[in-house]
Each structure stands twice: as structure tokens, then as C-alpha cells.
Design a protein around this ligand. Structure first.
Ligand SMILES: Cc1ncc(COP(=O)(O)O)c(C=O)c1O
Length: 434
């Protein structure tokens, strides 16, 4: 619609666009708008009271982000999802929605370093306690649960050593105690594992990694798998079961229990709304482009990683290859059960140690500097192959004890195997080992 003749100042803002215009784009468009026009005040009132679905303001909801949310929820077999600014925001918000001051989390010791920082440092600042357990010790999970525990948390495939979690066994412990299991499925992605099939209740992703797949865009997703019954112990979850003032009376369970997800409604209307870790429409669009080729890419990533792992396993300068596809890996049986479509392409190798810390650092430095194809980058899940040194990079904030429990030594080098020709990736690694 063209407006009648206006002054330049008005025309430069309004000419040529009617907010009611509908365009039937074949590809999800980028709705790069901070806010949306209401057709009437009555509609605005209904939308703010969550009586009606629709768009208000892009901090907590945006139509392009919604496409990504619905797509990831579908891939994970979930009922609803929330897109957020980063994987870190997805982990933080999924847990903050479940655990309050004075309450407690049981988490695996084998986690991405940023998640350890959050759980070990920031959450205690807010009066949230965390017990870390060896993820393979099922009795330790059970023993760590307290009356104040509200959630169990782990990665389905741990970063950086690719330990494979026995999800069903941890889920069983959680459910026996009436608690939900939250799984970070970043490294596996739903192309390799759907944690819901093994009893998980909520899945989180750093979409920055394989979902986006091209290392260009930060993002995170929280998915409610719809399996956990918060009404079985309503006193534990007043944020979901008691009247919720923000939506004008009634609890979120009453409001969304039948249609949608009370948990995702809480994440969006409280935590994303109040704290503001918003996923932009442009980022959601870029992540959607990646998601469209997820299974194709993951097949190639996994196949190449297995080839690299089996070649390096025989190399005299490599002390250990931590890859679950190798028959001598402690996680080989778990990989067969939990990753039947292919094992992870993020894993680690330990170089043969020199016997002292300075010598080991120099050894890793020399190896990394000799690489020509693989790049030294603090990221995983890119189309490009990359290496990182967890002890001085992603896991440098951990204490030496925490690193030891996670299986990380001074000579551990993380690999993220990309989509290049696998023979050329192997040739580069072998020449760099010398
Ligand atoms: C397993 C895992 N979870 C969460 C994150 C955090 O994601 P982001 O960097 O998108 O904040 C990362 C980042 O490396 C990760 O590897």
C-alpha cells in the first residue's frame, strides 16, 4: 500500500509498507522487527494476557525464531522449544527455571568448560548448590540426590572426550526420585541421538555447533520433551503449579498443561523476558539454513571422525585416542547402544607426554603450529576441521582436579572433524605429529 502524499520525514519512515501485508515466501523469512503492530487494543490486551497466540515484541518471541523452535522440537520429538541467544543461555535458563535459591543440582563431572564455570562458580553465588558426579557411576548419581535436589544434568556425548552417557540409567535414577533429567545434546544432535527415546525430559543445545553447522552464528535451544509430570509433586515446582501473576491468575500448568508447555512458557515469559538473552531473527534464519542439511552433514562428520580416530590410534606419538567407535574405548558399548547412527566427530587425543608440564605445553604448541588444514579455534561442530587445547583454552578455568576427573591432561588435544576430504584431514594430522 502506498500512503497518500506525505512529508519527506513521514514518507522515509512509512512509505511502501503496510504491516498487515502477507507475503507467501517459500523459505522462512527473516522477521527482523523489534515489535509487531496490533490490529486493535483489545487484541493487544489478549496477547499480553497470553489468552491469544501472536507476536508482541521480539525479546521473548519472534516468528522466524518460532520456525527454528518448532523445527528443533520436531527433530527431538518434543512438545515445544525456546530459542535463545547461545548454548550457554540455553543451559543456564533451563536450569534456572527448575532450581531456585537453597535448592540443588546433580551434574556430571564431564561437561563443557563454560557449563562447569556456570555450575561451579555462578550458581553458588546465587545460593544454588551443585554436586558433580562421575557420569558413569550410576550409584553416585543416586547417592548425590538430596531432598532439595530439583534436576539432574549431563551431556549425551561429553565435550571434549566424547564419553557416551548411559542416558536410560541416569533417567531411571532421576525418575525414581521424582526429578527431571536435562540433557545437553549439542555434540550428538538429534541426527545421532534423540535423548527422549532414552528417558530424558528436557534437551538443550548449543545451536552454534552442529545445528547451525557453519561456525557463523551463536544460538541455543531448550526443548520440552513433554515427558515430565510436574504435577506429581506440585509443591516442588510452585513456579509451574501455583498461580502465576504474569498471566493474570491460574498456574502455568493450568494454562498450558493441555496445549503447549508450561515449562517453555515459564522460560519465555519470565527468564528470557526478564534477563534478555534473545535469539535474533537473522541468527534463527542462519541456523535454520544449517538444520536443513543436519543428517547429511552428521553422516559425513561421523564417518570421517571414525576414520581419523582409527588411523591415529596406531600412531606412535599418540598415547590415547578417546573415540567411542574404537573397540578398546570404555564407551564403545554405550556408543553402540546410544549412538547407533554414528559416533561423535568431536573427540580428543592425548599426545605422548614428555613427563613435565612445560614440555607437554611445548609439545602441543609444536603440533598445533605445524597443522596446515586444521585450525586452532575455540569452537566445535563447524564445517571446518578444528583443534583446541582444553587445558589452556575451553577448560582452563577448571582446577587441575576437575580436569583430571573429566579425563583432560596437559597433552589432551580436542579435534572437531569437519567436512573436508578425510584423507587430507588425516594427512595434515600425521605430518603435524612429525
Ligand atoms: C556441549 C556444549 N554445551 C554448551 C555450550 C555453550 O554454547 P555457546 O557457545 O553457544 O554458548 C558449548 C560450547 O562449546 C558446548 O560445547
Amino acid at each position: 500500500m502506498t500512503l497518500p502524499e506525505r512529508s519527506l520525514a513521514t514518507a522515509q519512515v512509512q512509505a511502501g509498507y503496510d504491516p498487515r501485508t502477507e507475503v507467501h515466501t517459500a523459505v522462512p523469512p527473516i522477521y527482523q522487527s523489534a515489535a509487531f503492530a496490533f490490529s486493535s487494543l483489545a487484541e493487544a490486551r489478549d496477547l499480553f494476557a497470553l489468552r491469544k497466540n501472536g507476536d508482541i515484541y521480539s525479546r521473548a518471541a519472534n516468528p522466524t525464531v518460532l520456525v527454528l523452535e518448532e523445527r528443533i522440537a520436531a527433530l527431538e520429538g518434543g512438545i515445544a522449544a525456546a530459542g535463545v541467544a547461545s548454548g550457554q543461555a540455553a543451559v543456564a535458563l533451563s536450569l534456572l527455571a527448575l532450581v531456585h535459591q537453597g535448592q540443588h543440582i546433580v551434574a556430571a563431572s564431564q561437561l563443557y568448560g563454560g557449563t562447569v564455570d556456570l555450575l561451579h562458580d555462578t550458581f553458588p553465588d546465587w545460593g544454588i548448590e551443585v554436586t558433580f558426579v562421575d557420569q558413569d557411576d550410576i550409584d553416585a548419581w543416586r547417592a548425590a540426590i538430596r531432598p532439595t535436589t530439583r534436576v539432574l544434568f549431563a551431556e549425551s556425548v561429553a565435550n571434549p572426550l566424547a564419553q557416551v552417557l548411559r542416558v536410560s540409567e541416569v533417567a531411571e535414577v532421576a525418575h525414581a526420585a521424582g526429578l527431571p533429567l536435562v540433557i545437553d545434546n549439542t555434540v550428538a544432535t538429534p541426527a545421532l541421538q534423540r535423548p527422549k527415546e532414552f528417558g530424558a525430559d528436557i534437551v538443550v543445545h548449543s545451536a552454534t555447533k552442529f545445528l547451525g553447522g557453519h561456525g557463523s552464528t551463536l544460538g541455543g535451544v531448550i526443548v520440552d520433551l513433554g515427558t515430565f509430570d510436574f504435577t506429581a509433586h506440585p509443591e516442588r515446582w510452585p513456579q509451574l503449579t501455583a498461580p502465576y501473576a504474569r498471566t493474570g491468575g491460574g498456574s502455568l500448568v493450568e494454562r498450558f498443561g493441555e496445549r503447549g508447555s508450561p515449562f517453555i512458557a515459564l522460560i519465555k515469559t519470565k527468564y528470557v523476558h526478564d534477563l534478555g538473552p534473545t535469539l535474533s531473527a537473522t541468527s534463527a534464519f542462519q541456523l535454520l539454513q544449517g538444520v536443513e542439511t543436519l543428517d547429511l552433514r552428521l553422516g559425513r562428520h561421523s564417518e570421517s571422525a571414525e576414520k581419523v580416530a582409527s588411523t591415529l590410534a596406531d600412531h606412535p606419538r599418540i598415547a590415547k585416542v578417546h573415540h567411542p567407535s574404537l573397540p578398546d574405548s570404555p564407551w564403545h558399548a554405550a556408543a553402540l547402544a546410544y549412538l547407533p547412527r554414528g559416533a561423535a566427530s568431536v573427540f580428543s587425543v592425548d599426545l605422548v607426554s614428555t613427563g613435565d608440564a612445560d614440555g607437554d605445553f611445548a609439545l602441543v604448541e609444536q603440533f598445533v603450529e605445524r597443522l596446515r588444514l586444521l585450525r586452532l579455534v575455540a569452537n566445535i561442530g563447524d564445517a571446518r576441521s578444528m583443534v583446541a587445547h582444553p587445558a589452556s583454552m575451553t577448560h582452563s578455568h577448571l582446577t587441575p582436579d576437575q580436569r583430571a576427573v573429566a579425563g583432560i591432561s596437559e597433552t589432551t588435544v580436542r579435534l572437531s572433524i569437519g567436512l573436508e576430504d578425510p584423507d587430507e584431514i588425516i594427512a595434515d594430522l600425521v605430518q603435524a605429529l612429525g
